[in-house]
Design a protein around this ligand. Structure first.
Ligand SMILES: *Cc1c(COP(=O)(O)O)cnc(C)c1O
Length: 621
């Protein structure tokens, strides 16, 4: 069977250098190839040119001393890095969204670095600009968009990808009003409210007519990019309380104003509350305030929660019947690559009922795992309906920094952000692909792009490739969660401590807190967890002796409303404590490592965790 043979190509253990540099020999071999290959390239370019300096010059003392100083500088750098870097490669590290990165991606980065391409302009990066466009198409496919109609590219990270999504939403929202000023005959009979509720498709079809009328420049000049935005005129931006802080920055930087952000409640699993979203939109509509954009998150930064994107889409359809429309951006910086879990070897979605069999066939989980639940599955499916999506290769793509990406569903929107008339050369044979003209950044690393591209050559963006790596990470997270839930209490001097997971993870982030049985004080519990974190983090300054390294987060009322209250109550802490303090401190473990699924390594690392926590508890109580 075609599926099986392709599936057999990927062994996850062969993808990473490994926690003990297990694949060191191969890596060395490839480094030698990279260097020789590049050095030969230089020699073969105009072979008759003479060398710039001779062997005799190279043996001069100053030359030799310079080389020696180069070596010293590198040795010093290596020392500094080893002394104060975090061992992300180790399964002992369960903190931020970091783990080992793919060997292929690291090697591709190093190889490309020697050519130093700049993806701002085609002229500076003929090879890697083409790769960036290709990566955009691959990600479009992964997200369920039509690769010929969508457009995506590699950004420095999810932050800039979010800025670009909102940039497009802002300019698009202003199009119908700009058309009313520049070519009013195209929108006769439309009220301002109707113009502010044009769907993306309506606005883009309208732009096609503007283009046919030769009025593109006039409309672009009257859109938000030309005129700026009057406070609140284009409406509100609705983001869930679990938002990444890049959204607050985005509202600032794009001149939309932080006052125009509205935070939507999340439920006690930290997923967007669609009922509250509906009420908020209807309340705003009743006072004639349009919605500039709604943001849903696939993989919240602190909890890994997956918002019900499908319900947001259903709500949009329902409201469209009432003449209300909103742009939907999905912030899947963290969770986006996990959509590979539901795509078959043909890159098409697998039905929910078929998934367990497909997971078995493709060795996605080592033991059956009850994941995804129907809402998570439906959310992944529905991403294809969003107008734009942020997805970070440098998170679940296991790519080195800096590689985020944004994908736009309908490439026609490029005309609203491009700095050259995209439509002039769009159809020409020698499309110069001047990326710098439609992106927020200028000069940018082609090496990062080559790194993503190479990883995608090797690891299919479906169940047979990324599905298997991410499957291991999700399974490891669930195993860690289940072990936390069932671990016996720690007893010291007639005091008893238990560890409590915050929620069953939607994805691969496990939040948890230690709590002393019978302790009624939230402040005391927070204090305990702060001190535990200090013992199990970079802060302890003992990276080499650390048994377990994690991160932390505080879930405060200011950001999360009452969502964390249920967790606090479940520990037997009175609700009044939450009312008074309004913040609960939890440890936060993102399980990116694919190595927690092997029974022996899980037992070993879980043992490390227990010993580490036991020592940390004894030290702090
Ligand atoms: C990480 C993250 C971002 C920001 O991405 P960077 O790559 O750090 O710029 C945005 N949104 C979410 C949900 C994230 O998890």
């Amino acid at each position: 069977m075609k599926d099986e043979s392709r599936d057999d190509l990927i062994d996850v253990n062969a993808l990473f250098l490994g926690p003990k540099s297990e694949n060191r020999d191969f890596f060395m071999q490839m480094l030698r190839f990279i260097m020789n290959d590049h050095a030969d390239w230089r020699i073969c370019y105009q072979p008759d040119d003479s060398p710039a300096f001779s062997e005799a010059q190279r043996s001069e003392p100053r030359f030799q001393a310079t080389l020696q100083r180069t070596q010293q500088a590198l040795v010093e750098l290596a020392g500094r890095l080893q002394l104060s870097s975090v061992p992300w490669f180790s399964p002992r590290y369960l903190g931020h969204m970091n783990a080992d990165t793919l060997m292929a991606a690291n090697l591709a980065y190093m190889l490309t670095l020697l050519y130093n391409p700049n993806n701002c302009a085609y002229e500076g990066s003929p090879a890697t600009t083409a790769m960036e466009i290709e990566v955009g198409r691959q990600l479009a496919r992964l997200l369920g968009y039509h690769p010929d109609r969508a457009w995506g590219h590699v950004t420095s990270g999810g932050t800039v990808a979010n800025y670009e999504g909102l940039w497009v939403a802002r300019n698009l929202k202003s199009v119908p009003l700009a058309v009313r000023e520049a070519v009013p005959e195209l929108v006769t009979g439309r009220t301002e409210w109707q113009l502010l509720n044009f769907s993306a498709e309506q606005s883009l079809d309208l732009l096609d007519r503007v283009k046919a009328a030769g009025q593109m420049d006039a409309v672009r000049a009257r859109s938000a990019r030309g005129t700026g935005v009057t406070a609140g005129k284009l409406g509100k931006i609705l983001v869930p309380q679990t938002k990444h802080y890049s959204w607050t920055k985005a509202a600032d930087i794009l001149g939309l104003g932080q006052d125009n952000l509205v935070f939507i409640r999340v439920d006690d699993r930290f997923r967007l509350d669609v009922q509250h979203l509906r009420e908020t939109i209807l309340r705003l509509a009743a006072e004639h305030t349009p919605i500039l954009a709604v943001v849903a998150v696939v993989g919240t930064t602190e909890e890994g929660a997956i918002d019900p994107v499908h319900e947001v889409i259903r709500l949009r359809q329902e409201l469209a019947a009432q003449g209300i429309w909103f742009y939907l951006h999905v912030d899947a910086a963290y969770g986006g690559y996990a959509r590979a879990m539901i795509l078959g070897a043909d890159d098409q979605p697998i039905d929910l009922a078929e998934l367990p069999a497909a997971f078995r066939r493709h060795h996605v989980f080592s033991e059956p795992l009850d994941w995804p639940d129907p809402d998570i599955y439906a959310a992944f499916r529905a991403m294809a309906e969003a107008d734009s999506i942020t997805i970070d290769p440098h998170k679940m793509g296991y790519i080195p920094y800096a590689a985020g990406a944004v994908v736009l569903k309908d490439r026609r929107v490029l005309e609203l952000i491009s700095y050259f008339a995209a439509y002039v050369f769009e159809k020409s044979e020698d499309n110069p692909m001047l990326l710098g003209s439609y992106i927020m950044e200028g000069s940018k690393s082609g090496a990062a792009v080559a790194s993503v591209w190479t990883a995608h050559q090797l690891v299919p963006l479906n169940i047979t490739g990324y599905g298997r790596i991410i499957g291991s990470s999700i399974e490891g997270a669930h195993r860690f969660h289940d072990a936390l839930r069932t671990t016996p209490p720690y007893d010291f001097h007639s005091r008893r401590f238990r560890v409590h997971p915050l929620v069953r993870p939607d994805f691969n982030m496990v939040d948890f807190a230690f709590h002393e049985e019978g302790n009624p004080s939230l402040a005391a519990m927070n204090e305990l967890n702060v001190r535990l974190w200090e013992k199990c983090s970079y802060k302890s300054g003992r990276m080499y002796s650390e048994d377990f390294i994690t991160s932390k987060t505080a879930l405060s009322r200011e950001e999360y409303g009452e969502s964390p209250c249920r967790f606090v109550r479940s520990l037997g802490i009175p609700e009044a404590e939450w009312d008074r303090l309004g913040s609960v401190y939890v440890l936060r473990s993102c399980v990116l490592t694919p190595y927690l699924v092997h029974q022996t390594s899980f037992v070993e690392y879980w043992g490390n965790f227990l010993r580490s926590m036991s020592r940390a508890l004894q030290a702090v109580v």
